[in-house]
Design a protein around this ligand. Structure first.
Ligand code: BEZ
Ligand code: FE
Length: 295
């Protein structure tokens, strides 16, 4: 009797033997997921034909990636980000009706308890950077204003750092805020123009990017989470289309529809009204929320 007829593992029948062993899995979803992963992983190993040393290097890479994870840092999410998997999972889970604003990655720098501020507040607490006013509307897909929508915004400063990366240098909650729309669905607030920045690149993900000849930068952006009763929560960014990294975001988060115009305004009267000292940047951007899937 041949080896494969007894069901022993061979190079040729590896997928069937392993998936066959999982036949009694209690959870059908786990069974399906492991069937796909086994098939694709064995296919990759058969194509790559790693040496024992290469396979050990891969195991140690993942081990080190795990060791870097703690309460503040999640190197596996970062790995998923630079592999394009975070954006793929985001796309699959956020298919929107036509006209609704698109989503993008959350990233690691959101904080849950940013202060709720009056509309128009300046979220820049250290007076550093180039003044910027942002305004627009939060609408439904029929163009009607969404009242009582909560807009949670956070951004890096003009040197490319979030407040949580510079504790003791930037004030707590610098460049963060939560705003609530009125009946007109309008929002506006003041801030400073954000700058591009590198994703954390002093760990295994940075090592991989360097090995692949890739830079770690994300183009300048503002993050938003928008919530309103009766609508799907939207996690998104708006980007500066003139940023040097706009076509090479390290985590693939840029979408055409998320490019906003950052307009330089030289208007002394408006600057005074906004309590800015000179020229400033102006961004206008409307968000369109998709109706909630659960009715
Ligand atoms: C961010 O935009 O904050 C971000 C997203 C993914 C990885 C690192 C940072
Ligand atoms: Fe960011």
């Amino acid at each position: 009797m041949e080896t494969h007829e007894k069901g022993f593992f061979t190079e040729e029948n590896s997928v069937e033997v392993v998936t066959g062993r999982n036949a009694n899995a209690r959870d059908p979803r786990l069974k399906q997921v492991m069937e796909v992963i086994t098939r694709k992983l064995h296919e990759a190993v058969k194509e790559i034909e790693p040496t024992q040393d290469e396979w050990f290097k891969a195991i140690m890479y993942l081990t080190q990636t795990g060791h870097l994870c703690n309460e503040w840092r999640q190197e596996f999410i970062l790995l998923s980000d630079v592999l394009g998997v975070s954006m793929l999972v985001d796309a699959i889970n956020n298919r929107k009706p036509s006209g609704a604003s698109e989503s993008t990655v959350l990233g690691p720098f959101h904080v849950a308890d940013a202060p709720e501020l009056p509309m128009g507040a300046n979220i820049c607490l250290d007076q550093k950077g180039e003044d910027m006013v942002i305004h627009g509307r939060i609408l439904d897909i029929d163009g009607r204003p969404v009242a009582n929508a909560v807009l949670d915004v956070w951004q890096a400063n003009d040197e490319g750092f979030y407040d949580v990366q510079q504790k003791g240098i930037q004030p707590d909650f610098n460049l963060r805020g939560v705003f609530r729309t009125g009946e007109d669905g309008r929002y506006w607030f003041r801030a400073v123009k954000p700058k591009f920045y590198p994703i954390p690149d002093d760990g295994t993900v940075g090592e991989l990017l360097a090995g692949l000849g890739r830079h770690p930068y994300r183009p300048a952006h503002l993050h938003f989470i928008l919530k309103a009763d009766g609508f799907e929560t939207l996690t998104t960014h708006i980007f500066d289309p003139h940023d040097p990294y706009i076509n090479s975001d390290a985590v693939f988060g840029v979408k055409e529809s998320l490019l906003a115009e950052f307009k330089r305004v030289d208007d002394a009267v408006r600057a005074r009204e906004l309590e800015f000292s000179g020229w400033f940047w102006e961004v206008e951007y409307d968000f369109v929320l998709a109706p909630s899937k659960k009715s």
